[in-house]
Design a protein around this ligand. Structure first.
Ligand code: HAM
Length: 426
């Protein structure tokens, strides 16, 4: 039996869980400030949600999905991303019919992609994402970006580069598509087999090819920005103006196409420029996907969102030497001496915990010295010592570990005394 972890997965041990909880908490709180609400969708979906949603010429769908048949013969896929699933749910539950529009959602959870693992690239990773559906205002694009930057700032990430592009509306994309085909067709034999297949199906994908990145025709490929029609150009202009008003710095990169097919108009990536961040610098990706709701049988509804992985945010925070939160320490450790004290231990401990005091005791029958050592190891702020004498008098000896100060406190006052000491009586 192999007890090794599958490649590209990891355990998050208690000493690391604090930072995960912290990032998720900061992201959730910031989302709520921006009036986004949580949505939770299943870990697996019918395969076609992703093959149609993400696009069947993408690497994700062609090479990276964990797809399996269940016992009923259905093809199911562990979600490689959140957007298609959220849009599926939005259509299923007719959220578009709610008068409260746009529908602003956030989500977090594990995603699965069969990729070659390296630092920041896992086969199971946790994304935090947002999706805002039901408004085609470029101000909403700016809001989504402002929300992303706010989360980063709160987490102490400062070495950031926001790259934006416009992929235009369908008319602009069609014009660009024809220009790309004309550009690549004469030399398509020099490209990989994937690109040859992409030429007619989805030539934009060629620009995203990892194998043919250095081919000279890549650098001279027609830029989407030259093919934007008036409406798309005005949309992009308005987004840029709003970002300027919000003091959000960005650079426009017309070669940014993203690895998923559902995008139109705004596409963006947030990169880390922190020295030592490593080879993979993309922290977050997102964009607008105005046709996706319709693709899933809903009414024509615009949408925009982003997702980042907690794994990459942790790498960036470490590269930027951000102070990471330590695991929570104990408020109090109960030390018992003698049989009667040991017998009453659980009851005293329960009272403390009921009062919101983070408290623990020994369960290994240790002697006093070893119990005191344990209190130290857990960095308990207070040690509560109860011996035969204390039991007789119904009181405990409470020692503040930082100062060594000792106070005798009646059992009945123990919880309120500690509450007062630790949380100023709250
Ligand atoms: P994506 O660019 O495929 O977009 O992924 C978004 C982010 O997920 C990446 O920037 C990265 O932080 C993280 N990520 C992706 N793959 C891995 C991996 N193998 N290991 C660790 N982290 C990874 C999407 O998924 C879109 N659904 C984003 C979106 C939301 N667009 C609109 N709404």
């Amino acid at each position: 039996m192999s007890i090794q972890l599958p490649r590209g997965t990891q355990d998050i041990l208690p000493e690391d869980a604090a930072i995960w909880q912290y990032i998720e908490q900061v992201a959730k709180e910031t989302c709520e400030t921006y009036h986004y609400q949580e949505i939770r969708t299943p870990i697996f979906e019918h395969t076609e949600i992703f093959s149609r949603g993400v696009g069947d010429t993408t690497d994700i769908v062609q090479k990276e999905m964990y797809t399996f048949s269940d016992r009923g013969g259905r093809s199911l896929t562990l979600r490689p991303e959140g957007t298609a699933a959220v849009v599926r749910s939005y259509v299923n539950h007719k959220l578009y019919a709610s008068p409260a529009q746009p529908t602003k959602l956030y989500y977090t959870g594990p995603m699965f992609r069969y990729e070659r693992p390296q630092a920041g690239r896992m086969r199971q990773f946790v994304q935090f994402g947002v999706e805002a559906l039901g408004s085609a205002s470029p101000q909403l694009d700016a809001e989504v970006l402002a929300l992303l930057i706010a989360i980063c700032k709160k987490l102490g990430l400062v070495n950031l580069k926001l790259v934006i592009n416009s992929l235009g509306d369908s008319e602009s994309r069609q014009a660009h598509r024809e220009a790309l085909i004309a550009h690549f067709k004469p030399s398509i034999d020099e490209f990989c087999s994937d690109c040859q297949m992409r030429l007619e199906k989805n030539p934009l994908r060629i620009l995203d090819c990892k194998k043919d990145r250095e081919h000279p025709l890549m650098a001279t490929a027609p830029s989407i920005l030259d093919y934007l029609n008036e409406e798309s150009r005005a949309y992009f202009q308005s987004l840029k103006e709003t970002l300027d008003l919000l003091n959000i710095p960005y650079v426009v990169d017309p070669t940014l196409v993203r690895g998923l097919d559902y995008y139109n108009h705004t596409a963006f990536e947030l990169l880390s420029t922190a020295p030592g961040f490593g080879a993979i610098t993309t922290l977050c990706g997102g964009g607008r996907y105005n046709g996706l709701v319709q693709e899933f049988g809903g009414p024509e509804t615009p949408g925009i969102g982003f997702a980042f992985s907690i794994e990459r945010f942790i790498l960036a925070m470490k590269a930027e030497n951000v102070d990471l939160p330590a695991p929570q320490s104990l408020d109090a450790y109960l030390v018992t001496l003698g049989d009667e004290s040991s017998r009453l231990g659980p009851q005293l401990l329960q009272r403390l915990r009921d009062g919101g005091i983070r408290a623990d005791k020994d369960y290994l029958g240790k002697k006093m010295k070893a119990q005191l050592k344990a209190a130290d190891r857990y960095q308990a702020s207070y040690t509560i010592i109860i011996g035969e004498d204390e039991i007789a008098k119904q009181q405990a000896l409470v020692k503040q570990m930082a100062t060594g100060e000792q106070t005798v406190v009646a059992f009945s006052d123990l919880t309120s005394f500690l509450q007062e000491q630790i949380r100023g009586g709250n």
